[in-house]
Every structure is written in C-alpha cells, then in structure tokens.
Design a protein around this ligand. Structure first.
Ligand SMILES: Nc1nc2c(ncn2[C@@H]2O[C@H](COP(=O)(O)OP(=O)(O)OP(=O)(O)O)[C@@H](O)[C@H]2O)c(=O)[nH]1
Length: 584
C-alpha cells in the first residue's frame, strides 16, 4: 500500500490524490470543494502512486462516465448544472453542461470558480429577483424555481425557466442540482394566448365560438351586451337561437354552404335578441381548422349596426319620399316607372302615365294660407291613392303636381274609370278647419307601349304635354296624348330643321333652263330651278321640300337665297357678254 489514495469526487468526478495521513481530516474536492467523503461516494479508488496501470484504468472508467454524462446532458433540453453558494456569499458552478452557452452565453469553464459571468447575463430587471429566490431556497432548502430573462450581448433576450434542489453542505455552503431551459416560445405562445383572451373578453364586437357541429362553446361579454343572453344560457346551444323570422331556411342554407365552400361568410343579418327584439348585425363567420386542416371551430364576430341601418333607412326615406304627403318623390317615381315599363313589356300589357296638376290651388293658398294648402295636398294625396289599384303608384313631383302610374292594363280602356275617379275625387270639396277648399284636376295621359320605342322620361313629357292641353281645354278634365299627331308634328319639325341646315351649309343649287325663240334661235332668258343637293339622299327636286316651307318664315329665307343666287349668276353672264332679261 502506498501512503496516498486517489479519491474520485462524488460531484465533479475529478480525481483527488489524498495523502493517507490526511484522510482523518475529511478533505474537500480540490476542484469543486465538495466533501470527498460526504454522502455516498460514487467510487472510492485506492491506488499506489506506482501502480500506473490501475490508475489508467480508473481514469478510463472516469472518462467514459464523463462522456456518458455529457452525452446525456446534450440530449436533455436545457442545461444541467450544480451551483454552489459559499458561506461568504460568493458562488460558482462546479458543473454545468455544454448547453450553458445557449442559456447564458457563457462557457461552463468560465464559471467553475466564480458564477459572476452567468449572473451578469441576467436581464437587469430580473437579476435582483433571481438572487432573492436563490437566497430564499438556500434558507428554506426548498426547491428553487424561477422564470426570468437572459440578455445576450447582441441585445437578444430569451426567457428561461430553472428548477433545482438545494442541499446543505457540511462546510456551510449550499449546493443546488438542477436544470435551466429556454421557455421563450412557450412564453410567447402564452403571451399570445393571454392577448387573444384579453381581446376576446374586451372586444366591442360580439364573439361567438362553436365547435364543428355548431354548438356554442364560448361567447364574450359584448355578445351578452348585444344579445341579452348570458354565457351560461347559450353554451351547448346552436346559433339558431339568434335567428330572426326575416329569412327562410333557404337563406341560412346559403350561408352554411358559403362557409363549407370558402370557410368564410361576411354580410349583414337581422338577428333576434333574448327579449325578442331584432337587431342588425354586421357579421363575419370564419371556420377555424386544426393542425390537420379539419374544421375544429367556427368563430363569429358581429357588431350591432341597428342604429346605422335605421339612419340609412331614414336617409333613404328622405331621398325617395315627399315629406309632406309621404308619397314617392320624382326620383323614386323614375325608378318605379322604369321598372313598370320593363314589367309591362315582359307581360305584354299596357301602362298609363297620368300627370295630374290641380286647378285653382294657388287660390286656396292665397285665401286660407299655406298650412291649409299643405293639408289639402295631403288629403287629396290620400283620396287619389285610394282610387288607384294595388301595384299602381302615386307620386308627388312638387307643388300641386302628381303623377300616377297605372300598371298591368290588359287594355288602355281599363284606365278610363280610374281617370274619371281621379277627376271626381280631386273636385270634391275638402273641409279644413273653417275653410271649405275646392279645387279640381287637369290630367294628361300617355300610354305604353307605342308604335315607336319610348322611355320613361319621354312618357312623362308626353303626359305633361297632354295635361297642358287639358288645362287649355278648360281644366277639370283629362286629355290623352295623341301619338299620331305628335309624330306628324315631329316629322315636320325635323324637315324644317334640315332645310334650315341645308340653307346654312350651301346645299341648295340653281339649275338654269334657257328660253329660246324657236324661230330665230335667240336665247331670250333662262328659268332658274332650285334643287337640294342632299348629303344622304342625293339631288332632290323642289316637290320634296318646298311644300314643307310654304307659309313658313323659312320659305322667305329660301326665296331670298334663290333671288340672290340668280342675280349673281346673271351678273356673271353679263360680264361674260351674255345679256338676259330679268323676271321674278
Ligand atoms: N301649400 C303649399 N303650396 C305650395 C307648395 N308648393 C308649391 N305651392 C304653391 O302651389 C301653387 C302652384 O301654382 P299653380 O299650379 O300655378 O297654381 P294653380 O292655382 O293651381 O294654377 P293652375 O294650375 O293654372 O290652375 C303656387 O302658388 C305655389 O306657391 C307646398 O308644398 N305647399
């Protein structure tokens, strides 16, 4: 036996050579200061200094154990370590696995003697707290656990979680055995979840989440505020409890279909509150898939847009209806008339546009005041509406002018009794306060369809024109627009316009026919004959245009042009030596 022993430290596995005469002092490990005889030593090996072969064998065994330990440590997520707090307050890491570099950005060998570099890596806001939790664990010998940030020199910050169990050493130090691992992504997910939960709870929009079978699994506070349903009342139910009676099953089917096809639906929907009242919701429903892509949930987000809708409706009313009588105004009449024309064409029916202008209304205003005039307009609006059939429209254009559109007339004669009734009700005296107001109506009518294609504006103009004839003919009557007469008048107007154009653009020509003395052969003169060189129809004879301007001021203009053109020609001839008599 030699006079010294080789003792393997139970903590850091370094080999300590201890002289035999020092064994009684129970020495500590030269490397980690762990008592070499504390607890259960892993291995106690004795060898003579001279017995090199044995020592080598021990070292090999130890190396293989170290490799095994490092292999194990490299596969464990995070770093494994021993941390020792000395009685003087200084500390060090007797052992730290290689992953310490990832956790603290510090090499294990740099903290074997002094833990300061590792603590320097802690986030300044967390450093004191970590110190405190370590101290507390040391005092109570309770498991140390903490989560804190580590800041790297490049500014990168990670979150780590550590857990280790303390052990009191005979020399008064505390030794912890534990691990520290990176929990940054876990923290981030938790943060995101917390944020999502916060948004869910505090969102101004109602949120409803169902499972794949449309059973409600969660709703937020805004949902309760908007619908009146408490969370507990709706869990397990389906969103059907919010359905209003405004839509049929087919409508909801299309929403579901869109969700199945596109995983998304967005639109406005009227829903029902718990108290039965209805609200307009601007709604977005999205399908939420799981990792495999299977629908796991449906999330619906909605806001209550009832007030906005009502406002919109109010604006639409103002834009389309007359405030005094509540009748459609000119704008809405235009829409309805266009629609009625399309419908009439489709159904092969007739339609009448009835232009109504009250007679003597100004007198009512003048005699009884504007307010009475207003009242009279309202009363007459109601009376005239009652004369019409369902589907017909009565609109007020303004002042004392109204237009009725009579639709679905199998024959235009069907409109006659309605026109008679309109005349009749307009002429019936209306008592308003002390006044007895009496007016009548002049009515102009135009019908659709006509021989020529015609649009809504033209129909209205025709009816207006016919109303003017009714006024001229003595009021309190109706007059039907005469399309035949109108066409003749229009053709004449167009003819006159083109003659006026021809004159301005020099399209008229004079042809001269010489007058010859047949006996002497002498040219006595020439007859000037007017022709129209029409750009589209070619050379036109006087018969095709002169009758149109007979007795019309344009006839005088054409006459003047003819004389001037003839005189100019005579002048040319005269200068050329040809003398001719002049006769008009
Ligand atoms: N009370 C009232 N009067 C209105 C309103 N709008 C226009 N008026 C008046 O209605 C009158 C319409 O004029 P006219 O159609 O020429 O009056 P009228 O006496 O019916 O004339 P004829 O049609 O030729 O018989 C004018 O005096 C306008 O000031 C209204 O909203 N309320």
């Amino acid at each position: 036996m030699s006079d010294s022993l080789h003792i393997v430290c139970p903590h850091c596995q370094s080999i300590n050579r201890v002289p035999a005469n020092k064994l009684a002092e129970q020495p500590n490990c030269g490397r980690c200061q762990y008592p070499l005889f504390a607890g259960e030593p892993i291995e106690l090996t004795t060898a003579t200094v001279e017995d090199i072969t044995d020592l080598k064998r021990v070292e090999q065994a130890l190396n293989s154990m170290r490799l095994q330990r490092e292999e194990l440590a490299s596969h464990v997520p995070g770093m494994l370590y021993q941390y020792r707090l000395r009685p003087d307050g200084s500390s060090h890491f007797p052992y730290a696995s290689a992953k310490m570099r990832e956790i603290y950005g510090v090499a294990p060998e740099d903290v074997v003697e002094d833990a300061t570099p590792a603590f320097a890596a802690l986030h300044p806001e967390d450093r004191d707290r970590v110190h405190e939790t370590i101290q507390a664990s040391g005092r109570s010998l309770a498991l140390w656990h903490d989560e804190y940030r580590v800041q790297f020199p490049d500014g990168r910050v990670i979150w780590v979680e550590g857990e280790s169990s303390p052990e009191a050493m005979p020399d008064g130090s505390i030794l912890w055995h534990g691990y520290i691992h990176d929990v940054t992504s876990r923290r981030r997910s938790a943060e995101e979840l917390r944020l999502a939960a916060k948004v869910f709870a505090h969102a101004g929009e109602g949120i409803l989440v169902t499972d794949a079978q449309a059973h409600i699994v969660n709703v937020n506070r805004a949902f309760t505020v908007i619908t009146g349903y408490a969370r507990e009342e709706v869990l397990g139910q389906t969103p059907r409890l919010l359905q209003s009676d405004r839509y049929d099953d087919e409508f909801y089917q299309t929403v579901w279909q869109a969700l199945l096809e596109h995983d998304y639906w967005h639109g406005e929907l009227w829903c029902r509150r718990k108290n039965g009242s209805q609200f307009a919701a601007l709604l977005t429903i999205s399908a939420v898939p799981d990792i495999q892509g299977h629908i796991e949930h449906y999330a619906a987000m909605f806001s209550d847009i009832t007030a906005r809708k009502e406002n919109q409706q109010q604006l639409e009313r103002v834009a389309h209806y007359d405030l005094l009588t509540g009748l459609p105004n000119r704008l809405l009449l235009g829409d309805r008339l266009k629609q009625a024309i399309r419908q009439t064409r489709r159904r092969g029916m007739h339609l009448a546009v009835v232009f109504i202008d009250l007679d003597g209304f100004k007198k009512v205003n003048d005699q009884h005041g504007h307010a009475v005039g207003d009242k009279l307009l309202s009363v007459l609006s109601r009376r005239m509406t009652q004369v019409l059939r369902e589907g017909d429209t009565l609109a007020r254009l303004g002042g004392d002018e109204f237009v009725a559109v009579l639709v679905d007339l199998p024959d235009i004669s069907i409109s006659v009794p309605i026109l008679d009734r309109l005349i009749e009700v307009a002429a019936q005296p209306v008592p308003i306060g002390d006044a007895l107001c009496e007016v009548s109506a002049s009515i102009g009518v135009s019908y659709y369809p006509q021989v020529e294609d015609i649009d809504a504006d033209q129909l209205l103009r025709q009816a207006d024109q016919a109303m003017y004839f009714a006024k001229q003919a003595g009021k309190n009557r109706y007059h039907v627009f005469d399309t035949e007469k109108d066409r003749t008048l229009r053709t004449r107007r167009e003819g006159l316009d083109s003659i006026e154009n021809a004159l301005a653009n020099g399209q008229f020509l004079l042809y001269f026919q010489p007058k010859v003395n047949m006996r002497t052969g002498e040219v006595l003169g020439a007859e000037a004959l007017i022709r129209w060189q029409h750009p589209a129809r070619g050379l036109l004879s006087p018969a095709s245009f002169l009758p149109l301007i007979e007795n019309h001021p344009l006839g005088i203009d054409v006459g003047k042009w003819t004389i001037e053109a003839a005189l100019t020609q005579i002048e040319i001839w005269r200068k050329a030596g040809a003398y001719m008599s002049r006769s008009a």
